[in-house]
Write a protein that binds this ligand. Structure first.
Ligand code: NAD
Length: 377
């Protein structure tokens, strides 16, 4: 089976879908691996290390794409790349399938089997291939690092002969994978950390990291069978905003990570709350690309309010840690291939489709096969 891994073309994208280590793993399984020259340049993996691990470096993208049985890439592909692939080939990447109906149709038209990394079930069996988690964890870390660099304050408490420096106050809204890592990072840096999430089960996890869980009574919130938050009613959002306003006003850093799977992120931090913050405070909106939790945040920009509050709208914080984001993402890809690999026939064994494949396969053999996307063309 011929696997091709192109370099990413989106400006600012530092990650790659392959490392030298995962090249070796795929070659050991029996795949032929072609990597576009310069694939790991932005994440600091050298071409010669890919070659040493068994990859063939290629510079003719069109030819490599047309010859591939399996393409691994981080970002959704341009539609022209899909059209250039072989019928029956496999394509694995983040796809943003809820918003990419035309791209899904391009996969259908080309007869390419499209796997969406976002849709891999969050189950124990699929943990090794859970790219949402591997990337969210680094995004949570990077949010604290980016915020601390803009803050103009120290984070830990310091007792000095010239007086005591109080610890910075960090408030994390949404304590899922990214939020928990943000809490852990801010704690390691010595900040005083508080957090809130609508899923009550998270309280223990927040406390175990040494942070305070903020209690806001929203009535029934619960979570879906997949472990995701449910969408709040407008009344619940208003209650949440009222409960958070004072804490936000006292915080030096606010990190928002609140997402509702497949839907627009809830708007939780209003302009009035931003106006109530101290000058120099920093807000990081990790949900900026899925609609944003913060009223003034803009994808790809730092916004500074008239009061001097900086709102960081970096759309892909994990890309600021390209080396490690690539390390774990490439491991997710390799785990997916390994899971479906038939060692005797040296092909992907995808029949009958298991729970993981049913969760993440969007198109197959010229048709949309995922129930969440067949219903609404
Ligand atoms: P996510 O990115 O969808 O959301 C981030 C967080 O925002 C979640 O914790 C969510 O509850 C929270 N949130 C949503 N609306 C909110 C609001 N109005 N106010 C405050 N917080 C709000 O979630 P995620 O981080 O990807 O994780 C989702 C769940 O999946 C978690 O329970 C996580 O532990 C679970 N998970 C399980 C596995 C596994 O079993 N293998 C792997 C990864 C994640």
């Amino acid at each position: 089976m011929n696997c091709y891994v192109p370099a990413e073309s989106l400006p600012g994208e530092t990650r790659a879908a392959l490392t030298p280590a995962t090249t070796a793993a795929l070659v050991k399984l029996g795949l032929t691996v072609h990597a576009q020259a310069g694939l790991g340049r932005k994440s600091h993996y050298a071409d010669e290390d890919y070659a040493k691990a068994g990859a063939t470096l290629v510079s003719d993208h069109a030819a490599a794409l047309a010859a591939a049985d399996l393409v691994l890439r981080v970002r959704k592909p341009p539609a022209a790349d899909v059209a250039a692939m072989k019928r029956g080939a496999w394509h694995l990447s983040f796809l943003d399938p809820f918003n990419e109906k035309e791209l899904i149709q391009a996969f259908v038209a080309a007869g390419v089997n499209a796997v969406s990394l976002e849709m891999i079930p969050r189950t124990t069996l699929a943990q090794k291939m859970d790219a949402l988690s591997s990337q969210a964890s680094l995004a949570g870390y990077a949010a604290v690092i980016e915020a601390s660099q803009r803050l103009g304050m120290a984070l830990p408490m310091m007792m000095t002969p010239a007086g005591t420096i109080l610890p910075a106050r960090v408030f994390v809204i949404g304590a899922g994978v990214a939020g928990l890592q943000a809490i852990a990072t801010a704690k390691r840096l010595g900040a005083r950390v508080e957090a809130f999430d609508t899923r009550p089960v998270v309280e223990e996890q927040v406390k175990s990291l040494g942070a305070k869980f903020v209690k806001i009574d929203l009535g029934e919130t619960g979570q879906t069978a997949g472990g995701y938050a449910k969408q709040l009613t407008p009344e619940q959002v208003a209650k949440q905003q009222a409960g958070m306003a004072k804490i936000i006003a006292q915080s030096d850093i606010v990190i928002t990570t609140a997402k509702v799977f497949g839907r627009r992120a809830p708007r939780l931090v209003t302009q009035a709350m931003l106006d109530g913050m101290k000058p120099g405070s920093v807000v990081v909106d990790i949900a900026v690309e899925s609609g944003g939790n913060v009223e003034s945040s803009k994808p790809g920009e730092d916004v500074v309010t008239p009061r001097g509050v900086t709102i960081i709208g970096h759309p892909c914080l994990e890309a600021t840690t390209g080396f490690h984001a690539t390390q774990v993402l490439a491991a997710n890809f390799a785990a997916w291939v390994t899971h479906f690999w038939d060692a005797d026939a040296k092909v992907l064994r995808t029949d009958p489709p298991d729970e993981i494949l049913q969760g993440c396969l969007i198109t197959r053999e010229g048709a949309v096969v995922h129930p969440q996307f067949t219903a609404k063309p």
